[in-house]
Design a protein around this ligand. Sequence first.
Ligand code: ASP
Length: 602
Amino acid sequence: MLRSANCGDLRLSDADSEVTLAGWVGRRRDHGGIIFLDLRDRSGVVQVVFNPDPLAGSGLSPESAHTAEELRQEWVVQVKGHVRQRPAGSENPAMGTGDIEVMASDVAVLNRSLTPPFYIADDAGADESLRLRYRYLDLRRPAMQQNLILRHRVVKYIRDFLDAQGFLEIETPILIKSTPEGARDFLVPSRLQPGSFYALPQSPQQLKQLLMVSGVERYFQIARCFRDEDMRADRQPEFTQLDLEMSFVDQEDVLSLTEELYTGMIETVAPDKKLRKPFPRLTHAEAMARYASDKPDLRFGLEMTDVTAMASETEFRVFHSVIDSGGCIKGFVAPGLAAYTTSQVRELDAFAREAGAGGLAHIRYRGTGPVAEQNEEEVLQSSGLRMPAEWHGRLAAKMGAGPGDMVLLMAGPSHRANVWLNAMRNHIAELLELADPNELAFAFVTDFPLFEWNEDANRWDSSHHPFTSPADGEEGLLDGDDLGAIRSKAYDLVCNGSELASGSIRIHQRELQEKIFSILGYSREDVGERFRQILEAFEYGAPPHGGIAPGIDRLVAILAGTSSIRDVIAFPKTQSGTDLLFNSPAEVAPSQLRELSIRVTD
Ligand code: ASP
């Protein structure tokens, strides 16, 4: 070994020992011939002192004193020296090693470095494209190293936990065939079979179900998934899921295993986080009604109330036209916001319009007494909502508003109104700083609809994926004409407003699976071509089974307290799917294309 200790591990208890360290040169200060430098390795940073004065007694050789003067940022060095307690008053409580320093006796340069394009420190503030272009330097920053370590610990916890629960880790192919999760496939041309293509898995969904037919019973994999989507903020074309599947289980078994896994993992790797246990469970219908979202942030309340019936008592034309076309009027109470000025309300209205809404109706209860007794001057109403005190009393009681509060209402077709209200709810929570950044508010959302109507394509899509089982007793509805009303055995795990995992109890009978494919508009040939393997397998004793797939990237980002999943992926791609380090995707040699029988057209 080139070293006897790690820089960041040294403590006061190591004082008076001799150590050999190796690492990178960080900050360097020259104080009248005495050189102080921060030496950094993965474990952290320690201060090294080069004092050429023989009276200082550090035994620094003249050659080493000379070398120390030449050292520059990010050079790789080996330092031998003596650990000593720092002189009183020069301790640095911000550093783990801040009580000691290393008095160098020798230094050897193991490698030099060009001046890095940005300073290697957490507060360097370098532009992200520069960081990604020099990712190997960016990853040297202590915060990024912590993220890599955290990710390792999360995955290690998962492996150990599932191993103890009898799961087998099994690899499934990356070169495979299209398996739908609602995205576009990445295709890989075959050289040996010109004109044929592999698809990279959008998830190992069919493979893990086939493993259940094989009798594996409990499978998991830290699985890379590939989805060629137009990249929305903070998505990656390849990402990692903990993919798991279990036989002979019902929904409750999958959810309780997931909850045990998450709580144990977070208590182990991020014990400072606040968790609410047990995880609340909401049906999809309940989540939409109460929070206008299927991934509600439960760190705060701001619950919705449907006031369509009361709104019909007003003279407000917008409300009436929405009600006449089957829409709803729904909203929530913004606590304490009655004091908002007209221009502040206008900003909220602008936010609502940006989110797509036609506008925002608001009522400010400015008086101090009960709402039902407030007079017109105390109640600041939005236009069209001039209603008697009695009506306001009823509205406030229904919505839970009190003096000092503002009521916010939006009107529209319910699926749209929910989108706007969800945006507004999160916006108000942000303005009022209602979400505790240290809390992880998990919840399971269950009973998703089996299908959702795709307006653009004019057809039904699976809400989850085609392999999801309808709810018990609802298979009969598949022959009816209200397909949107059929519930499924699909569930999500959500946390702080993000979806962290999706799963379902699966279909395991051929006939039912074929019926779902036909509702989704797959032709017979298409089904035969794409799904032969799983349909056939269902005819050879497929056990009842189900599973879930928690995303690893988002989870680690939340635990690391970063808003970008790119910060917890060693080599991520940009928003446009580019790897700036390797500069990929890139053109390939014409000879490679010829081998693949591929011609690139304009
Ligand atoms: N394959 C699903 C997904 O990737 C997860 C599951 O149903 O287990 O979302």
